[in-house]
Design a protein around this ligand. Sequence first.
Ligand code: DX5
Ligand code: ZN
Length: 217
Amino acid sequence: MMKKLIAPSMMCADFEHLKAQVNALDAAGIDVFHMDVMDGHYVPNVALGVEDFKAIRKLTKTPMDIHLMVDNPDDFIAIFAPMKPQIIYVHPDTVPMVTRTLANLKDLGIHPGIAINPGISFEQVQELLPLVDYVLVMTVNPGFAGQPFLDYTLPKIKRFVAVQDEYPFTLFVDGAISPERVKMLSNLGVNGFVVGTSALFGKEQSYATIVSQLKEQ
Ligand code: DX5
Ligand code: ZN
């Protein structure tokens, strides 16, 4: 069983105490800081921005990803690339020539990822699988934390699991990922989990307790 990867969704963090939050998450052993960036158009919300990314980048050496829920992701890549995120996820339906965008990320030394909406099929993105290092399957409609899990995404998740040894990608899921769902999905073969309010933030237990429990699931 591969090591579970835990990516806290930082739009859910307490920004009044950002330094303490980042230090506690690092001490808890998280693997990637997940940075949701939205344009208020592709999804009806905004979430995090350049200053949030820079602030967290200064506080930690841990990898950071950027989840671009935006139209025209190439414009946002030009803005964020100089800040050296390790991973950038684009939604393939937001750019006509997504293969060029993914190649550009590789040329920039950034791991390319695709984020797959609940309404996008496995077949629609299968051609992209040799071009990406990460696949983020959305288990909610993107744009907000705290939404209900969409069970109909499970057959698609199983399709990605079934081919993950044939391609270079690491599979993550994103949206309403509770501890119970980490257990269920890791039993299906998923290794990467974006966790926000469903499993990590706003809970009684410490991040260290929660993260170690999630990794043991
Ligand atoms: C939703 C974001 C997720 C979300 C996760 O568009 O991509 O990262 O913040 O938060 P929960 O776990 O509360 O769904
Ligand atoms: Zn996200």
